[in-house]
Design a protein around this ligand. Structure first.
Ligand SMILES: [Zn+2]
Length: 375
């Protein structure tokens, strides 16, 4: 279990003090202060003594996330009869932490503010008995390494963690995917009964605990034993992005949207034959030739519904219509087929439901320049 540091005690005291002061201010009311917005709960996740993202053991700790939570005075856990109330151990506008009380059962957690307003978690928290976590002796993480160092949503390579740990016996291992920007755990993987002193590999699917792609940025894998005096390491860092820049070579930008001629995309110039990859994985909707576009490919982006259009390719694109491509997968080479002055990629982005299916042209220049920065 994590020890309480002087800093966290300090934070709790500070939170209580600021809460008290705001209550005094509200109570002193000169009529100018109305009742604040009611709290909203987005999620309840386990932060200590966890078996999974939303599975905690008795005496563990949870974090309630949401909005307008800073007036929370009570956190209620379901119990055999009614609910058990506890005071939060820390309170912030976007997050409230609380210890799971003895006797708590699985179900929805509720927060209550000093004004009597309430909010219920949208999903169940599962509470298991304390002995569901087997103690692990002699646990220490020996090696961690993320591969590849830069990963993409629906990418050609799985994001893998290679790790090695020591312990007196086989252990259940918990791997958290933690955002370096926010410090939040976006996903957790539990691996049962792993052998110490043996190389372990685990793949992460690139989706958060709710099945959505997390935000672009730096992440790390954190390894600990479920029964943990948790040893962990920060060495397993990687970057994760939702798109890759489609031209894989030195390039320069030409005409963008409009350009005084009803241009529907962004031109990017590069040496003839430069590789073109899918900026976003998805389903190949069109792979064809047209007199103006030349050889072109349209891909229906996975989980965006937006269409990604690549024109003036050297020859018929690689992927078959109806097939699936991954983010970063090669789809062809850049050229000047069709109506093109010099080798360039003409790239279009269409809103859902897509290209000549009821979507409309989006300005692709800013997204392209954003993807260019990290790929
Ligand atoms: Zn163009």
């Amino acid at each position: 279990m994590r020890a309480i540091t002087p800093r966290s005690i300090c934070l709790v005291a500070f939170a209580t003090l600021t809460a008290l002061l705001s209550w005094v201010a509200a109570a002193a009311g000169d009529g100018g202060i109305g009742t604040p917005d009611p709290p909203k709960v987005k999620d309840v996740v386990c932060s200590d003594r966890c078996l999974d993202v939303r599975t905690v053991t008795e005496t563990g700790k949870v974090e309630v996330t949401g909005k307008d939570l800073d007036d929370t005075t009570v956190v209620k856990f379901p119990a055999e009869e009614g609910r058990i109330e506890v005071r939060p151990s820390s309170v912030q506008p976007g997050a409230v932490s609380a210890k799971v009380p003895t006797g708590a059962t699985s179900g929805r957690v509720v927060v209550v503010t000093r004004y009597g307003t309430k909010a219920k978690a949208p999903e169940d928290l599962t509470v298991k008995p304390e002995d569901a976590i087997k103690p692990v002796d002699g646990f220490a993480v020996k090696r961690v390494e993320a591969d590849p160092g830069t990963a993409y949503f629906d990418g050609t390579k799985d994001i893998e963690l290679n790790y090695l740990f020591e312990a007196d016996d086989p252990a259940d291992i918990r791997i958290d995917v933690v955002s370096k920007d926010t410090g939040k755990t976006v996903d957790s993987i539990v691996e049962k009964d792993r052998e110490p002193f043996s190389n372990q590999t685990v793949a992460w699917d690139g989706l958060d605990s709710k099945g959505k792609p997390p935000h672009n940025g730096k992440y790390k894998f954190r390894v600990s034993a479920l029964g943990g005096e948790s040893g962990s390491s920060d060495a397993a860092g990687f970057a994760y992005y939702d798109h890759i820049f489609p031209l894989r070579g030195k390039h320069g930008y030409g005409d963008g949207l409009g350009a005084g001629r009803g241009h529907q995309g962004q031109d990017v110039f590069a040496r003839c034959g430069t590789k073109i990859v899918a900026a976003r994985g998805g389903k190949v909707q069109v792979n064809a030739y047209q007199s103006a576009a030349g050889y072109y490919v349209v891909i229906d982006g996975k989980k965006t519904g937006e269409d990604y259009v690549y024109m003036h390719m050297e020859k018929q694109g690689r992927p078959k219509e109806g097939s699936r491509v991954k983010t970063g997968e090669m789809i062809g080479r850049e050229s000047d087929t069709g109506d093109a002055q010099g080798c360039h990629l003409h790239f279009e982005l269409w809103s859902a439901p897509g290209w000549y299916e009821g979507g409309h042209v989006l300005d692709p220049t800013r997204p392209l320049k954003k993807w260019d920065k990290w790929s």
